[in-house]
Design a protein. Structure first.
Lengths: 93, 478
């Protein structure tokens, strides 16, 4: 993978990389992609992709109302910053 | 289950010395990230009453931290219990702390933890394996009799093998994933680690049962007889290091001596397990880890130019190098234009692997294969590189790709280090794994690391009310 491709991918992944990381990851990602190319040797014609671990079809629960679990406050407390019951982020320009 | 183990641990957990001894013993290991036996103490009755358990720090235990071994979740506290945790608690087990792991479960050494590596109780200069290295080391060193881990590509079985304990990766869907921090949802399962096969079986059945909170969970049919009459082994050179090779051969001879017939089989898809696994795992990881952006929870910078930049910086500062590598790789293989070449091809190879294993299980009850090609490697640069570690996942990733149950069974100590050998079964045939493990334990008993020859329960119960005896515990090493 060249640097331009790495930059596009990092952008899509919302990752800021410094120069050392760019160099290291360019090598490491490239090494793995090259290794992945071994998959090209497999004849996959006629094979359906496996998208779920154990496919039993879709399973739905009864559509009945339930009360909330009562841990909303504990969940909100995990936010770095709260204003009342709203999650706040730092002031932005 | 050996009743003495239960009663010993019950009185140990009740002892005021337990928390101190646990903390002291763990100093040379770093297997726990948080310890507090009193926090979730309970008098619940049940088959596991009074059994202390360690829980990998990517599994939610209410009131305990949930760091996933990552800086981005430093200080995060779980507001609820994972289903596997609450089921074991209902049976009387008591979570006493959170165990160390490679960040988000990504690694094979527990060296990728933001909280530092875990050391192997057999040799502190070596890794405990990973990613559930803390859970395996804690059990091997006798800190807890049972620990929960997660296994996405071998993360329960490989550290169990490195530490000389049992490590079960059950059939996908049999233990609920509710409360596990998602890494690769179609591959990962909760798993169990212990030195006692009866305790393993008891805990596993207590944990099973469909869970309304996990759409992929399923009822276990519990239909098998557990009978094992034919075992398959892989033909050809498996390229194992000498201690692993010796243990593997001895294991197979022991299987034969127990009256089980052994049949050599071919697995032509073996060479593709690792590339298919890493393609699928990283693709799923890139999606699952998108949620960590420092906005609703977790660590984030105190200032940013705009919300986008806030998220980028939170991720740049919060994630370690291996996590960044896997997110990037996963994002790449899912990119428009590359999907067919990598992700879709890997999913088709996954089908080929499942088909081939299904064919094999038509003629054998179990497949016996190594867990890892080497024994526990040394810390740092003299060990295995990150790339070499990935290549070595060839035997473990099969069970995840095919959703099958597999158990790492202690297979003796060679050159001072334990070796684990893996048995893999068809879906829902965990009983065959337990049956083989029991029969092997008669000839190859589970051994304890010399520096941790007595568990904390042995130590506290033998000392009774007398002063703590010298039973060759952690102090000897550090």
């Amino acid at each position: 993978m060249d640097r331009a491709e790495l930059d596009v991918t990092a952008e899509l992944a919302l990752l800021n990389l410094n120069e050392t990381e760019q160099a290291d990851l360019e090598t490491a990602v490239g090494q793995l992609l090259e290794y992945f190319s071994a998959m090209d040797l497999v004849d996959v014609s006629g094979l359906e992709p496996t998208t779920h671990a154990l496919s039993e079809g879709n399973r739905l629960r009864p559509d009945t109302p339930r009360t909330a679990t009562g841990i909303e406050d504990e969940i909100l407390e995990q936010a770095p910053d709260l204003e009342d019951r709203f999650i706040a982020i730092p002031n932005v320009l | 289950m050996a009743h003495t183990i239960l009663s010993q641990w019950k009185s140990t957990l009740a002892s005021s010395e337990y928390a101190t001894t646990l903390t002291q013993r763990d100093q040379s290991l770093n297997s726990f990230l948080e310890i507090d036996p009193g926090r979730r103490a309970s008098d619940a009755e049940g088959p596991l009453a009074g059994i202390p358990i360690g829980v990998k720090d990517n599994i939610a235990v209410r009131g305990f931290q949930l760091s996933c071994g990552s800086k981005i979740l430093a200080g995060h506290v779980a507001p609820y219990d994972a289903t596997i945790v609450s089921r074991l608690i209902s049976a009387g087990a008591v979570p006493v702390g959170k165990t160390n792991l490679d960040e988000f479960g990504m690694g094979s050494s527990t060296e990728m933890s933001a909280s530092g590596p875990t050391n192997n109780p057999w040799d502190l200069s070596r890794v405990a394996g990973g990613s559930s290295g803390g859970s395996a080391a804690a059990v091997a060193a006798g800190l807890v009799p049972l620990a929960i881990g997660t296994d996405t590509g071998g993360s329960v079985r490989q550290p169990a093998a490195f530490c000389g304990v049992y490590g079960l990766k059950p059939t996908y869907g049999t233990l609920s994933r509710y409360g596990l921090v998602a890494y690769a949802s179609s591959l990962e399962v909760a798993g169990l680690i212990t030195t006692d096969i009866d305790l393993l079986e008891t805990a596993f059945w207590l944990g099973t049962g469909q869970d309304v909170m996990d759409q992929t969970s399923t009822e276990h049919p519990k239909s098998g007889s557990g009978e094992v009459s034919t075992v398959g082994i892989l033909s050809g050179d498996l390229e194992l290091d000498p201690p692993t090779e010796a243990a593997y051969k001895n294991f197979i001879e022991t299987v034969k001596a127990s009256g089980i017939s052994v049949k050599e089989v071919e697995l032509s898809t073996l060479d593709y397990s690792v590339p298919a696994y890493y393609t699928i795992a990283t693709a799923e990881a890139s999606a699952n880890l998108a949620r960590f952006n420092g906005v609703r929870y977790g660590q984030r910078p105190i200032f940013a130019e705009n919300p986008d930049e806030l998220m980028r910086q939170a991720r740049a500062e919060g994630f370690g190098s291996e996590v960044k590598l896997r997110i990037l790789l996963g994002t790449y293989v899912l990119r428009s234009g590359f999907q067919e070449q990598y992700y879709q091809r890997a999913q088709k190879i996954r089908t080929a692997i499942r088909n081939e294993l299904a064919e094999l299980f038509a003629s054998v009850d179990l497949l016996v294969l190594p867990v890892f090609p080497t024994v526990a490697f040394t810390h740092g640069e003299n060990g295995l590189s990150s790339f070499q570690q990935k290549l070595a996942d060839r035997f473990t990733t099969l069970a995840n790709l095919a959703a099958l149950p597999a158990l790492s069974i202690p297979a003796g100590v060679h050159e001072g280090l334990p070796v684990g050998i893996q048995a893999m079964a068809p879906a829902f045939a965990e009983d065959r794994l337990f049956s083989l493990a029991r029969s092997m334990a008669e000839s190859i008993p589970v051994e304890r690391p010399p520096h941790f020859a007595a568990s904390i329960a042995d130590e506290i119960s033998s000392a009774g009310n007398v002063a703590q005896g010298d039973s060759g515990t952690a102090g000897a090493e550090s």
